[in-house]
Ligand binder design. Structure first.
Ligand code: SF4
Length: 179
């Protein structure tokens, strides 16, 4: 399983591939070492799902570990309604639908389908303002973008020089550990 890509890292990789390396280096330390408030709140928002306390509906799977051997990816879903086929990823507060958010859902969808579930629709739930954003099932072109990103993640090596984007670095939680 070591070579499997973690679905939760997709958004970070799009933000900056080097942040994945830094995350892996500091993974064993307390999250307080580098997590800022927004990230910590987001993590807490996921805990209800991870602890399977979000819903008691029998047809809703929550916090299920999923995996695709075909793509070499693994992770956890937030909620999947077996009856309706709706897969939902919860975020603390969504202002913009980043590609990374969509790709996380695509990754979960691929895993669930490979595991035999019928995924019919996708959505992102913004918890702070209780908004739900529908995400279209990816067409072939969109799926190819996603697949090429997974390939890039597999091939990434931290020794490769990283492009520095000052705006991103200023917002980056790993900034004190980088450079
Ligand atoms: S500080 Fe900049 S280069 Fe370093 S991980 Fe963050 S975004 Fe990437």
């Amino acid at each position: 399983m070591e070579d499997y890509i973690q679905i939760s890292k997709i958004n970070d990789f799009i933000f900056c591939p080097y942040s994945i390396y830094l995350h892996s280096v500091y993974d064993d330390f307390s999250v307080k070492t580098y997590h800022r408030t927004a990230q910590t709140v987001g993590r807490l928002a996921h805990e209800a799902v991870d602890n399977r306390t979000y819903t008691t509906a029998k047809n809703v799977l929550q916090g299920l570990e999923v995996c695709s051997e075909r793509l070499g990816i693994m992770g956890k879903i937030d909620t999947f309604d077996i009856k309706s086929g709706l897969l939902v990823e919860r975020k603390y507060k969504v202002k913009t639908i980043f590609d990374g958010y969509k790709y996380q859902l695509y990754a979960q969808m691929v895993c669930l389908r490979e595991m035999g579930y019928e995924v019919k629709s996708l959505a992102i739930q913004s918890l702070a303002d209780n908004k739900r954003y529908k995400i279209a099932i990816p067409d072939e072109e969109e799926m190819n973008h996603f697949l090429s990103l997974v390939e890039k993640m597999k091939k990434y090596r931290p020794e490769i020089p990283r492009p520095v984007n000052e705006n991103k670095c200023l917002q980056c939680v790993y900034q004190p550990l980088c450079h």
